[in-house]
Design a protein around this ligand. Structure first.
Ligand SMILES: [Zn+2]
Length: 597
C-alpha cells in the first residue's frame, strides 16, 4: 500500500479539483459564461427539439453540471479544511453568486421540459437517444400535476423568507441553549449535543444527570419551539392544499421515489417488531446490573473496546472489502493514494464525516475525524460504501442519472459497514472489543430503524391534528410524543416524565418533513441484501455491483427487484427483522461472555 496510508496525518490533496483559489475563480467566471451561452442557444426551444438534439443538449448540460460540481466541491472542501481561512471564505462568497447565476441560467431546462405536452414528451422518452436520461426525466414530469401557474409559484416563493425565519428561530433557540452542567470539571455552560454525548459514557450517574439537565433546559423553550413547528406544519398543509397533495407525506415520498404503500408496509412491519428492541433492553438492564433500563442507559457502553490505529483501520476495511470483491478494495486504495481522504481532527476542520462525489473523471473525497476509536473504523467503512457507489455508478451512468435519493444512497454505506463489522468480529481477539462492536452495531440499527419510525409516526399525528384545526401547542406535542415513546419502549424501558419535551430539539421536523424514515428504509434494505449475500455470495456479488452501477437510473423498487425484494409486501420487511433479531442474539451472547470475565 502507498506510503500515504501509513503516515498518521493524512490530508486532502485538492489539486484534482483546482490549481488554487485564483484558478478556481477563473473557472467559475468561465462557467458562468458557458452557462449563459448554453441558455442563449437553447432557451425557448425545448419543445422544437428532436431526440438527437435533445440528447446533445442533455450531454452538454451534464458536462456543465460536472464542472459546477467540481468547483463547488473545491470551495466546500477548502472551508471544511479550515473554516477560518480568509481565502476560503472569500472564495465561498465569490462562488455563491456565480453558482446562483449558473442555476438561474439553466433553470429553463427543467421548466420547459415539464411544460411540454405528454405526447411529444412520451415520444422523446421512448427514443433510444434519451435512454441514459429517461428515468430522471420521467421523475421530473411526475411533479407536473402539482406545479401551479407562474404567478402563483412566484407568490409562493415570496413567502420563503418567512418560512426560513421560523426555521432560523428554531435553530437559534437550540444552538444558543447553554445549560449549566457539571461533567466533573465544575459547572460549565453545555450545548445540547455535548449533553447528548454523555449518554454514551459508562458513568451512570453522569448519564442520568446529563439527560435530566438537558430536558430541564429545554422545557422553558417548549412554547417557542412548538410555535415554530406549528407555523411550519400549518404552512406546509396550506401549500399541500393548493398543490393538490392528498397526504402530508406525499412530497417526501415523491422525492424519495417511494410510494405510500411501500412506506406504510415498512413502517407497519417495524412496529410489529418493537419486541426485538425490548428484548435487548431487558437483557441490557441485566448486563448493566440495573433493575430496569432507563432512557439514560439506552446507549450506555457494555465493556470497553480497544483502540485502533489509522493503519490498523485501513487494513481492516481493505481486507473486509477485498474479500467481498477486489473492486471495492481497489477503489478504496485509489482514493487513499490520490490524497482524497482527510483523516485527523484539527482546529477549524469540519466535524463529523462525509463522502462527496465530484464528477465522472475525479474520484470522490472523504472527510473523517479519526480518533482511534472502534466506531471510527465503522465510519471509515461507511464513507467508503458511499465512495464505491459513487465511482461505480459514475462509470456507467451520466452525472444526472448517477444520483439517488437518501433511501438508496444510505444502502451501500450501511452494507459496507456490515462488511467491516463482520470482518472485525471474526478477526478480533479481544472479547470486550467484540462485545462493544456487536452492541454498537445493534443499537445503531435500532436508532435508525425503530427510533426513526417512531419519529415519523409522531409527525404523521402532528399533521393530522393540525389539519383537523387543532393547534400544536407544547402540551399537545408532549402528549403525542410520550404516547409514541410508550408504544416502542413498552415496559422494557422507563421513560421519564421529563422526556415529554423530547420532540422539541429534533431538526428534521423543522427542515424536511418525514425525512427520518429514509434511514429506516436504508438499514432494513441493507439487512435484507446482507442476508441474500450470505445465502449465496457468488450469485449475489455481481448483482450487487450492478445495483451500485445503476446509480439513480431507476426507482428504488426497480433497482431492488433483481434481488427478489417486493417492497410492497410486509413479509419482505419481516425478513429484515429476522436478520435484526439474529444480530440481537449474537450481541447478547458476546456481551454475556465479556461480562462473565
Ligand atoms: Zn452515509
Amino acid at each position: 500500500m502507498a506510503t500515504a496510508t501509513r503516515t498518521e496525518d493524512v490530508r486532502w490533496d485538492l489539486s484534482d479539483l483546482a490549481s488554487g483559489a485564483d484558478g478556481a475563480r477563473r473557472s467559475w467566471t468561465e462557467l458562468v459564461e458557458r452557462s449563459a451561452d448554453f441558455a442563449t442557444r437553447y432557451r425557448g426551444r425545448i419543445a422544437d427539439l428532436g431526440a438527437a438534439e435533445f440528447r446533445a443538449l442533455l450531454d452538454e448540460a451534464d458536462e456543465l453540471e460536472q464542472i459546477h460540481s467540481r468547483l463547488q466541491v473545491y470551495t466546500h472542501l477548502r472551508l471544511a479544511m479550515d473554516a477560518t481561512d480568509p481565502e476560503a471564505n472569500d472564495l465561498a462568497t465569490f462562488s455563491r453568486e456565480r453558482s446562483a447565476a449558473i442555476e438561474n441560467a439553466v433553470v429553463f431546462l427543467g421548466l420547459e421540459w415539464i411544460a411540454l405536452e405528454d405526447t411529444p414528451a412520451e415520444a422523446l422518452l421512448a427514443s433510444e437517444e434519451l435512454a441514459p436520461y429517461a428515468h430522471k426525466l420521467r421523475v421530473e414530469r411526475d411533479e407536473k400535476p402539482y406545479v401551479l401557474s407562474e404567478p402563483e409559484e412566484q407568490a409562493l416563493n415570496a413567502r420563503r423568507p418567512t418560512v426560513s425565519a421560523w426555521q432560523g428561530l428554531h435553530d437559534r433557540q437550540i444552538a444558543t441553549l447553554e445549560i449549566p452542567f457539571d461533567a466533573g470539571e465544575g459547572v460549565q455552560p453545555q450545548t445540547v449535543s455535548t449533553l447528548l454525548s454523555y449518554l454514551y459514557r459508562s458513568d451512570r450517574a453522569l448519564r442520568v444527570r446529563a439527560l435530566d439537565a438537558l430536558l430541564d433546559g429545554l422545557e422553558p423553550r417548549g412554547d417557542v419551539l412548538a410555535a415554530c413547528y406549528d407555523a411550519l406544519v400549518g404552512d406546509r398543509l396550506g401549500l399541500d392544499r393548493l398543490r393538490g397533495f392528498a397526504d402530508p407525506m406525499q412530497p417526501t415520498n415523491m422525492s424519495n421515489e417511494l410510494d405510500g404503500a411501500i412506506v406504510e408496509a415498512m413502517m407497519a412491519a417495524t412496529e410489529e417488531s418493537f419486541e426485538i428492541g425490548r428484548r435487548w433492553f431487558r437483557a441490557k438492564a441485566e448486563l448493566l446490573g440495573v433493575p430496569q433500563l432507563e432512557l439514560a442507559d439506552q446507549y450506555a457502553p457494555i465493556g470497553e473496546a480497544r483502540t485502533f490505529s489509522w493503519p490498523e483501520a485501513v487494513d481492516a476495511v481493505d481486507r473486509s472489502f477485498a474479500r467481498f470483491t477486489p473492486r471495492f478494495s481497489e477503489i478504496f486504495r485509489e482514493c487513499l493514494d490520490a490524497g482524497h481522504v482527510d483523516v485527523r481532527p484539527r482546529p477549524g476542520k469540519a466535524s463529523g464525516a462525509f463522502c462527496t462525489a465530484v464528477s465522472k473523471d475525479v474520484l470522490p473525497y472523504v472527510l473523517l475525524n479519526f480518533t482511534d476509536r472502534l466506531r471510527d473504523v465503522s465510519t471509515l467503512a461507511h464513507e467508503f460504501g458511499h465512495a464505491t457507489h459513487n465511482v461505480l455508478s459514475l462509470e456507467r451512468q451520466t452525472w444526472r442519472s448517477h444520483r439517488t435519493g437518501i433511501p438508496v444512497a444510505e444502502v451501500p454505506s450501511t452494507f459496507a459497514q456490515s462488511l467491516a463489522d463482520d470482518y472485525l468480529l471474526e478477526s478480533e481477539s479481544d472479547e470486550q472489543t467484540r462485545a462493544v462492536l456487536a452492541a454498537e452495531r445493534l443499537e445503531n440499527a435500532f436508532a435508525a430503524i425503530f427510533r426513526q419510525t417512531v419519529l415519523a409516526r409522531f409527525e404523521q399525528q402532528a399533521y393530522r391534528l393540525r389539519s383537523e384545526g387543532r393547534a400544536l401547542t407544547a402540551e399537545r406535542l408532549s402528549e403525542v410524543w410520550q404516547e409514541h415513546q410508550l408504544r416502542y419502549y413498552g415496559d422494557a424501558l422507563t421513560v421519564a416524565d421529563g422526556y415529554r419535551v423530547g420532540w422539541s430539539y429534533i431538526p428534521h421536523f423543522i427542515h424536511v418533513r418525514f425525512y427520518t424514515y429514509a434511514y429506516s428504509f436504508a438499514q432494513l434494505v441493507s439487512l435484507l441484501l446482507y442476508g441474500r449475500y450470505h445465502e449465496d455470495p457468488e450469485a449475489f456479488t455481481p448483482r450487487y455491483l450492478d445495483f451500485l452501477a445503476a446509480g439513480g437510473s431507476a426507482s428504488p423498487e426497480e433497482l431492488l427487484a433483481p434481488f427478489g425484494l417486493d417492497l410492497r409486501s410486509t413479509d419482505t420487511w419481516r425478513g429484515a427483522f429476522a436478520q435484526l433479531d439474529a444480530l440481537r442474539v449474537d450481541a447478547e451472547a458476546l456481551a454475556r461472555a465479556a461480562v462473565a470475565r
